[in-house]
Write a protein of this length. Structure first.
Length: 212
């Protein structure tokens, strides 16, 4: 059962997110990379760096996307906030192979729900793409849609992921990259090579978006 402090943080956190983004301007590019799948009723797997989560909680609110959240105590606070913003959650980790969390994600994907994973979470290193999301993609056949987020003005928390908090009246930019598919017959070595490739693309585009 969720504790009262977690519930209070969830209510206040969700309200704070709504207030913070009331004045921001959002610009999105590359939405065609997932819209075409949604138009056919096919789910996708969004992947992005852990530190870029907050703007996406606002931008994709109410869409029923299922997010993999850490089993650590802090993960309960995140769960309470994002569920109030219209997300589903699965508790677990993408760093330990075929965990219960990953199996739950596969079930949600097969039920037709979009997924969201932070491949450098839950504790880093920041910007290191672990292959858990690609294993889910291999099992489900769903496309992986990498994305990056930047803000014209923002705060960076002194956390392992440099958590981004856009400032009021800033412009938030989201860029969705072309989808990637993981072949069913892909080997562990091939999946790890793909993880390195996507990680490099995310780092490059993050730098580009942040530098605008």
């Amino acid at each position: 059962m969720t504790s009262l402090p977690h519930q209070v943080v969830g209510v206040l956190g969700a309200a704070l997110v709504s207030w913070l983004f009331r004045t921001t301007n959002v610009k999105r590019t590359g939405t065609e990379h997932f819209d075409r799948f949604r138009a056919r009723g096919e789910p996708v797997i969004f992947v992005f760096w852990h530190g870029q989560l907050l703007p996406l909680v606002h931008i994709h609110r109410g869409e029923g996307i299922v997010v993999l959240v850490s089993e650590h105590t802090d993960g309960e606070y995140i769960t309470q906030i994002i569920e109030r913003k219209g997300f589903g959650t699965v508790r677990g980790s993408s760093t330990r192979g075929a965990t219960a969390g990953l199996r739950s994600l596969v079930r949600e994907a097969r039920a037709g729900r979009d997924l969201a994973l932070t491949p450098d979470g839950p504790q880093g290193p920041s910007g290191e793409f672990k292959p858990g999301a690609l294993h889910v993609a291999q099992l489900t056949g769903l496309p992986v849609v990498p994305l990056v987020v930047g803000a014209s003005r923002g705060w960076r928390l002194k956390s392992w992921d440099g958590f981004l908090v856009p400032k009021p009246f800033s412009t938030v930019e989201v860029e969705y990259l072309p989808p990637r598919f993981v072949p069913r017959e892909a080997t562990r070595v091939e999946i790890e090579a793909m993880a390195l490739e996507i990680g490099e693309a995310l780092r490059a585009r993050t730098h580009h978006v942040a530098g605008r």
